[in-house]
Design a protein around this ligand. Structure first.
Ligand code: UDP
Ligand code: GLC
Length: 413
């Protein structure tokens, strides 16, 4: 099942482990991998899995526990997808975990067996989400494959209930061979939970294809402003990402009410059924009298163009953000970013150096920061220029894929 890389391929891939071995002229076995993800939607965890699955040089497939645009995206990039669907298991969410899991037990057992059966054809099981972790790891006695878990969450009490934290604690202790966290914030939360040495949860920050973001030219930005019915001179604020209460779009709306001549565009949709929140945002806009200056763009596939069309990019999560891909994307798009200082965000943004940090959940401070950057365009430009350099240096897609490849190959050995 393994595929051996040529020395040239190894040098190109260049993770340290491969290149060490390549320099000793040893054949390097790239293991076959089954990537497992619970979502059919295009969220950050799925966008971080996508390039890894696309670029994996040995046999690989992605097993999804729900169908949706993520499957189409993978297939359009020639990645084979296997679906294992169980409606009762899909309904389990972290809020309702204690109520639903008992009734879903037969479905859970079927999915555990189905994943295990499929995993037998691969060397490694790469689990990308919480449900994938639980279902993939419970089947370990059946598939006996090495397991790597990519942690995308902050595992504190504020984010997860007692029961889910308990399951994660036992599973990681007894069934997971290796963990990679998307930020130090996520890693520290897991170390606290499972009481393991910090070095057993290494961190690999997400990466972004900087060229993809710098390629878009000003013409696209003009088209997007036309689409919104906005003249070029309007100061446009952008908030990118799914619409969900903890992503704090309501905080941005309150800030907008304090900035009378600006417009705000929300790019993204409610991916996981947060329709009531979207309605509450519309009501809030009416209440605040900002509905004429608020634009819902929906989910967009051309994020670079939309990011380049705005003057400043906000990140407004009210809870600590595990990482925040939209922040590095905004930096790669060459726009100044104002972000909520908590979680993995402070590993990316350095206040007044490559962006602007504000306390989470504080509309007045957010409005001040937006006003400050508008009043000082040179400062805003300087921050954005430094941000672009920082992304190129610390958050490149190539480095991300290389580090993740390195981690997976180490597990196989
Ligand atoms: N995204 C997108 N189109 C949209 C909104 C978001 O492609 O309309 C992408 C965005 O570019 C980013 C991801 O969705 O790569 C969101 O990831 P992030 O880590 O910021 O947040 P998550 O939703 O995973 O918590
Ligand atoms: C999760 C987190 C987000 C992170 C993404 C990629 O979806 O909520 O903060 O950027 O994973 O690691």
């Amino acid at each position: 099942m393994n595929r051996t890389l040529t020395t040239d391929e190894a040098a190109l891939a260049a993770p340290s482990f491969i290149s060490e071995a390549a320099s000793k002229a040893e054949p390097i076995a790239v293991p076959s991998v089954l990537f497992v993800d619970q979502s059919g939607q295009l969220g950050g965890a799925e966008f971080s899995l996508l390039p890894l699955a696309v670029r994996w040089t040995a046999h690989r497939e992605v097993l999804l526990l729900s169908d949706g645009p993520f499957r189409q995206r993978l297939e359009s990039m020639q990645v084979k997808v296997h679906l294992t669907l169980e409606a009762s298991v899909s309904k389990i969410n972290k809020e309702a975990l204690h109520l639903n899991w008992f009734f879903a037990l037969p479905g859970i057992l079927r999915q555990v067996r189905a994943i295990a059966r499929h995993a037998r054809q691969f060397d490694i099981l790469f689990l990308n989400t919480q449900k994938a972790l639980v279902l993939g790891a419970l089947g370990k006695p059946l598939h006996r494959k090495k397991i790597i878990w990519h942690l995308h969450d902050i595992m504190t009490r504020e984010h997860f209930g007692f029961f889910q934290r308990l399951i994660v604690k036992w599973i990681t202790r007894y069934a997971v061979d290796h963990i990679v966290a998307n930020s130090r914030a996520s890693a520290v939360s897991l170390v606290d939970l499972i009481k393991c040495p910090p070095e057993s949860v290494p961190v690999v920050h997400n990466g972004v294809d900087v060229d993809e973001f710098s390629r878009t030219d000003g013409e696209d930005a003009g088209t997007i402003r036309q689409l919104l019915g906005l003249p070029d001179e309007v100061h446009l604020i952008g908030l990118f990402g799914r619409l969900a209460p903890w992503k704090g779009q309501h905080i941005a709306l309150e800030a907008l009410a304090l900035l009378p001549d600006m417009h705000l565009v929300l790019v993204g949709s409610a991916l996981f059924g947060e329709q009531a929140y979207v309605e509450s945002l519309r009501r809030q806009a009416t209440r605040l009298g900002v509905e004429q200056r608020l634009h819902f763009a929906g989910f967009r596939d051309d994020m670079p163009a939309w990011m380049k069309a705005v003057d400043v990019i906000l990140h407004t999560s009210t809870e600590p953000e595990p990482f925040g891909r939209v922040i590095i994307e905004g930096m790669a798009a060459g726009r100044p970013v104002i972000a909520a200082a908590a979680g993995g965000v402070v590993e990316i943004v350095r206040h007044r150096k490559n962006g602007w940090l504000v306390p989470p959940g504080n509309p007045a401070t957010l409005a001040d920061a937006i006003e400050t950057l508008r009043a000082a365009p040179e400062l805003a430009r300087r921050l954005a220029d430094q941000a672009l350099l920082d992304v190129q240096q610390h958050f490149s897609l190539d480095a991300y894929v290389a580090r993740m490849t390195d981690a997976i190959i180490r597990v196989a050995c």
